[in-house]
Design a protein. Sequence first.
Length: 366
Amino acid sequence: MLRTLLIITVCLTSYADCLAADYGKTTAHRIADGVYLFTTTPYADVGFCGNAVAIVGGDGVLVFDSGSTPETAQNILAEIRKLTDKPVRYLVNSHWHWDHWGGNQVFLEANPRLQIISHAKNMEMMSTVEPRWNEHGLKEDLPQFLDDFEKQVAAAKAKGVPDERTKSAEQRLAVGRNFLKQKQSLRKTLPNVTFSDSITLYMGGREIRVLHARAITPGDTYIYLPAEKILVTGDILLDPYPYAIGGTYPAEWLATLKQFAAMKPAWVIPGHGEAQQGDALVRANIQLFEAVLARVKDAKTTGLNEAQAIEAAGKQASELGALVGVKDAAGAEAFKGYFLDVFVKRALREMNAPLGDLPDGLPGTQ
């Protein structure tokens, strides 16, 4: 939250760097015949939205992830309606993070016979962990943040800051208020079909494999279209670099990436970012993970404690981040905070004992 507050302070004084006309805007991208990616721009300063994917079959549509809010889900559904009038028969949820299933209710309302599919562990995490993870933020942190932002805007106007700067800030504040309203009012709609290993669906002759991994969360669910060689990964892969905030299972995550590489996908659609042709994104992440895990192993062998190991790896953030395309100091710092520090910590712990299901930092746990 502190990082976002810093962004706001800068934006009130540097209009040219922060003007953005489209927050929470959903755009459709054709990947292949009957396969579409929907990306959504950030909700100004307060949140991101995971990618959604629609796969059109002979007798209906499968949607992978439903967006962060009901409003975004409505936008995704409207885009799908431009492509086909076939019903959305299946909705697959990739994992329990709230930016990937916040629109479930919209798709269920559109088709009460909808099958919402996810791994059984996701069902459990959505029911028990997600509320604990986000409750304080929704009730206290985000409202306080927006109230403070509103005061900053008022103070800036009182000081005579030019209108074009305060209007940009006011736009972002309105987006933040709407995001909070959406999150506080949505009806959490859980999967009604769960699986433990895999499910294979056939839609008009199109084969869709729904598969499980333990990578960033215990219930990671992804899909693969073997005929088209299209891999839809959820947050197991991100563009440009992975996030490890909360949970993550480093050794199993790497093993999953190697399974992805063995598929030799023609297209990779990550949980955030643009779709990628070929397997370059997969292989770059494998190279990164192997490099970091080698350093963690060396740290353990030489007797470094957790803090020392994290510090040592952090000094190489630019070098390691470059493996996945991080090019500047700001990117390296973000890569360190969102991925490297947590990944090193979890990898060390994993070497000592099996990791449990609960994410680091969950209220009520140590």
